[in-house]
Design a protein around this ligand. Sequence first.
Ligand SMILES: Cc1cc2nc3c(=O)[nH]c(=O)nc-3n(C[C@H](O)[C@H](O)[C@H](O)COP(=O)(O)O)c2cc1C
Length: 336
Amino acid sequence: MVALKEKKTMSLRTPVTDLFGTEFPIVAGGLQFLADAEYVAACAKAGIIGFMTSNHFQDEKSLRNEICKTRELSEGKPFGVNIAMLPKSTEHERITQIMEIVVDEGVEFVETTGRSPEPYMPLLKGANIKVLHKVPGLKYAEKAQAVGVDMVTIVGWECGGHPGPNAIGSIVNAALAEERLSIPYLIGGGIGHGSQIAAALSMGASGVLLGTRFLASTEIGAHEGYKEALLKASENDTTISLWSVRNNARTLANETTRIVAELERANPDAGIAQLMPYVAGQILIDTYKTGDTSLGMVYAGQALGFVRESVPVAETVKLLIQQFNTARERLCSLSY
Ligand SMILES: Cc1cc2nc3c(=O)[nH]c(=O)nc-3n(C[C@H](O)[C@H](O)[C@H](O)COP(=O)(O)O)c2cc1C
């Protein structure tokens, strides 16, 4: 027991902490419009790695500026850039340009998601960038492993954002991944308590990825009304829609998801055009500005059940580690 107590002050070394050079095997995934320099630097200073989202920057200069700002605020601690891709490449996307900027700015870590990063691996690996690829299912993780990513995150059905089509939960992913993958993996989706981190590590994961648990953090630059809505919400307050366009998303259940569900039921083949007036990104930007969560696709997952106060990221990390230690002690105290 004494040995356990002494370990509380130490870092928790796994392949995740070794790869990123962080204190704890916790990763803060990209959060569209929210994971900016302030938030990602707060993650860095809390001993974890965060990924700054890149897709919404309309021009090269503003993306470069945000990367520089993140580096400055992180004060030498590790950070990464999130590059979310659509399931199929489109004529007007700027993924190649973003990758080139990330390389040029000397970013060390990227989190890719959405589709296979295979076409970009030569560019990223040529620049010695470590690639953490995020997938919503084990079969995609096996493909990612085959194309040479450094690590893979498997997000389960509980996750905020895009849980994929397969409806498999994180506890199943965690144990199966240990059998099927040879590269280190992280488990995400529904994680918001340190006992879940202990569970994931004991099942073979090298770390965990969190999104929803950090949404109400003081460093998240969104309206207080938005954070209050998250604090009031529970694990029961999310829903999944956008099935008809094969890009299903878990968000807060609100007026928009009610309308979208009706439209998808009535016209399942009508495509994204019929839904755009309700799901456009600008509506979400307005939500973050005004705090009104009744409209828009307000991404959030079942880990909302753990989001009870708006505190700095570092405080949440500290709590998660305390809870992890309690769970670990519980296991260690079991006797036969
Ligand atoms: C508000 C919100 C925005 C997100 N935006 C992105 C994004 O831009 N890029 C990305 O790769 N993942 C995004 N995600 C997914 C998270 O990075 C992460 O995979 C997910 O939140 C993990 O599940 P959890 O919410 O249960 O912790 C988002 C999730 C949320 C809740």
